[in-house]
Design a protein around this ligand. Structure first.
Ligand SMILES: Cc1cc2nc3c(=O)[nH]c(=O)nc-3n(C[C@H](O)[C@H](O)[C@H](O)COP(=O)(O)OP(=O)(O)OC[C@H]3O[C@@H](n4cnc5c(N)ncnc54)[C@H](O)[C@@H]3O)c2cc1C
Length: 488
């Protein structure tokens, strides 16, 4: 056997499972087809740690959302992940909505959400003066939070990595089949730069964790007669500049509907304002492009429960795809009749919030099967990344004196220094693409969206990794920035 456990998918759930499993003495590999971790749904979402009042009591979504959100403050501290418990409001905009607030409140109590309160119109407006004039009341959840979804994923991956988990990126799994001892996985391992270097590989393991996001139905259906369908449900967003970041202090939802939680308005952990998402079912699992109609829906004045949104401050738009299963709940557990094959499928919202608890649940299932010893060398903490803009002047000066790279500002919009970029390249599972640097440091994420700093970040990547400039990519082979030389 090559490994005790192979995890397909390095999204937030695969990485959470990997980290929890690294508490045991096991040989574990995480396989992902992309060039960086968290390139699937985990990179394009609202970044909200939901309190847990929305999901139906008794569902896995409800149980794991509440447990995950309760774990988040200590996990964020241990791994140095930017996180804030800013609280959330569900705003009733009519008498009908107001009646539904009571239902949500009761549901939240049943799910075990702490501190829920129903606010009158005046109390809600006092808390958030930019709420709609139609506000009739609101449900306040003080435990709601905002997190950096990229760093949550990459920090859990780094933590797993330093505790002995192997990450095989650029590895596209094509099939899983049962053998006498366990499972055989066939995959294509992509060369970093040259398609001619791609090669077929075969790996074996005792257990397989299917955390393949939008494609988890494919692997489930290879192993089960009870077929699963995962439909991509697109959510489109507008991201506003940090100048608009204080328009609201809490995450503001409208009343949820059958399709989801509606258009929300929220500060992000990076200080921007996020407006979205829409909810449209698609056939295309790669359809992460934005559309004129989707963005028009986000921009419509009555779309959210917040008034006077400064939409002229939009700096970018993006879309993410929710992996919606046909069973109405997360699909987590061993497939009947296939011991050792464990689904972590249909992890739509609130998957980010639930991820720490999903990690624990799945690690417990694996421990029940393989009965492993504990890993006595497990390290729960991770050295935090430096964020210069969050440091005081004295700390900034001391760091710059020690290493002048921290005084060399590369991204002017988001105030990111060369030192911070070098850190992310040099860490375990270090950044090798522009998007990987962006997601770990915030460089390229500000008002100019990389217009000024792209070439500088490319130079740093090229120098540090020994890769020629024309091989530096946005997100892997095929996304090179330079297409050729115009002068020799
Ligand atoms: C619009 C939107 C808003 C959301 N907002 C929130 C929110 O605010 N709060 C919240 O809690 N949740 C939210 N979610 C849900 C959350 O983002 C997801 O639940 C979570 O990211 C799912 O993570 P995952 O690891 O299961 O899937 P993914 O992140 O998609 O990871 C799956 C991985 O599997 C890999 N993979 C697939 N096929 C193969 C293969 N053949 N071989 C190798 N690798 C493969 C992919 O490359 C990918 O990296 C939102 C989702 C969307 C789309």
């Amino acid at each position: 056997m090559d490994y005790d456990v192979i995890i397909i998918g390095a999204g937030v759930t695969g990485c959470a499972v990997a980290r929890e499993l690294s508490r045991y003495r096991l040989r574990i590999a995480v396989l992902d087809k992309n060039w960086d971790i968290g390139e699937g749904t985990s990179k394009a979402n609202s970044g909200i740690v939901h309190a847990g009042f929305d999901a139906m009591p008794g569902s896995l979504k409800a149980k794991l959302n509440v447990a995950g959100s309760q774990m988040m403050p200590s996990l964020a501290k241990a791994l140095g992940i930017p996180f804030m418990q800013n609280g959330s409001l569900v705003v009733a905009l009519s008498k009908d909505d107001r009646l539904h607030l009571d239902e949500l409140f009761e549901r939240g109590l049943k799910n075990g959400v702490k501190g829920l309160r129903i606010l009158s119109r005046n109390e809600a407006l006092e808390m958030e003066p930019n709420l709609s004039d139609k506000t009739a009341g609101a449900l306040f959840a003080p435990t709601g939070g905002i997190i950096c979804p990229f760093r949550l994923t990459s920090a859990m991956a780094e933590s797993a990595c330093i505790n002995g988990v192997t990450f095989l990126l650029r590895t596209n799994v094509s099939s899983v089949s049962r053998t006498d001892e366990g499972f055989r996985l066939e995959a294509i391992r992509y060369d970093e730069f040259d398609p001619k270097g791609d090669r077929d590989i075969t790996l074996s393991s005792s257990c397989v964790i299917n955390a393949a996001g939008l494609y988890a139905d494919r692997f489930h259906n290879m192993m089960s007669e009870d077929k699963l369908t995962i439909t991509p449900r697109k959510g489109e967003y507008c991201l506003l500049d940090v100048t608009a970041g204080n328009h609201v202090g809490r995450t503001v939802f409208r009343m949820p509907s059958a399709l989801g939680k509606g258009i929300l308005v929220s500060p992000t952990i990076h200080g921007n304002l996020l407006v979205g998402p829409t909810a449209t079912d698609l056939a295309d699992k790669e359809g992460t492009f934005t559309t004129a109609s989707g963005l028009a829906a986000v921009n419509a004045p009555e779309a959210s429960a917040v008034k006077n949104l400064p939409m002229k401050e939009v700096i970018t738009s993006f879309a993410g795809l929710r992996p919606c299963g046909d069973r109405g709940d997360f699909v987590i557990g061993e497939i009947p009749g296939q011991p050792g094959f464990i689904d972590v499928a249909a992890i739509e919202s609130p998957g980010l919030s639930a991820s720490p608890a999903i990690g624990v649940m799945v690690a417990d299932i694996v421990a029940g099967i393989l009965k492993p010893e504990h890993n006595p060398d497990f390290v729960g903490e991770l050295a935090p990344l430096t964020y210069m803009k969050l440091l005081g002047a004295e700390e900034q000066q001391a760091l710059t004196k020690k290493d002048p790279a921290y005084g060399n500002v590369i991204c002017r919009c988001a105030s990111v220094s060369e030192g911070e970029i070098l850190e992310t390249i040099r860490r375990p599972l270090g950044a090798r693409t522009l998007d990987a640097v962006k997601r770990r440091t915030g460089a390229n994420m500000g008002r100019c969206q990389g217009g000024f700093c792209y070439p500088k970040v490319m130079e740093i990547l090229s120098r540090e990794l020994g890769i020629p400039m024309d091989k530096i990519t946005k997100k892997g082979r095929g996304s090179e920035i330079l297409k050729g030389r115009i002068k020799e």
